[in-house]
Design a protein around this ligand. Sequence first.
Ligand code: C2E
Ligand code: CA
Ligand code: CA
Ligand code: CA
Length: 280
Amino acid sequence: EAKARGKGGVVYIEGSEREAAATQVRLREQIAQPDLSQFRIVYQPVVDLATRQVRGVEALLRWQHPELGNVPPDEFIPMAEHGGSIQRLGWWVLESVCRQVAAWSRQVPRHRLAVGVNVSIRQLDEPDFAVRVLDLIDEHGLERDQIILEITEQSLARDFENAVEVVAQLRAGGVSVAVDDYGTGYSSLQYLDRFAADVVKIDRSFVSNLVANEHTQKIVSSVLDMARALDLQSIAEGIETPEQLDVVLRLGCELGQGYLFSRPVGAEAIGELLGAGPLA
Ligand code: C2E
Ligand code: CA
Ligand code: CA
Ligand code: CA
């Protein structure tokens, strides 16, 4: 029987609704008590669009399920948020990333890489979240601004006031913060103003429409103007084609990531990339 993806990306065995529901229940149970040996982190390069030099990476979590294979994060992260394990999983990701960045620094001493780490807004509820993040970075001997915490714009609506406070603590401590999936939520401008982030990541849905749609070009262009006015770095997400690259470059975006440059890859591959030149 072939594995397929159902509505909402749920993994199920084709033809059996009941099995699909059972699989969902099982995944929910398992993610509530995650077996961390089944998880790993892959990294996608963030490149300078003009030179294709690797300027950073984004850490992306993978769940290699022993029976179901790769379960996508869009599926299990919401489950972990609801089931209460996102905090434990989130600390494991942060700790693993810090250890990896320290290893890269030893391997390629001249390269001071910045790493984007996705955090769920639920993690920001934890007491002393900011202090613990700063301690973790220091323990691994990293510079504070080597870690960029990515928070989705959409999730901000859920608990904006607390997020503003925690982000202020993080930034006061020297950690950078990115607004992820920018353009997919509401009242984006107001958020950016009060949130005072360092980086804005322009959602893939805009990038994929750029070439065919002049309206989208205007929107992205105004987002980039605003980012410059607020002194934010901008990263275009999901660049897949040379045509998309041409447009984002013409609109003045500096940084980007996407399959055109590299898919997310293992830590060893990143180590090799750092020693080499720009991405072809
Ligand atoms: P995101 O933060 O927006 O991450 C970018 C997603 O786009 C990744 O999917 C990446 O593999 C994919 N991507 C990158 N370049 C391209 C491209 O050119 N074309 C296409 N079609 N896709 C591209 P992924 O790894 O499946 O992650 C999905 C989402 O899961 C992430 O979206 C993020 O919101 C969440 N996530 C991943 N890892 C973590 C984590 O450690 N913690 C939390 N809280 N969320 C995570
Ligand atoms: Ca992200
Ligand atoms: Ca994103
Ligand atoms: Ca996303």
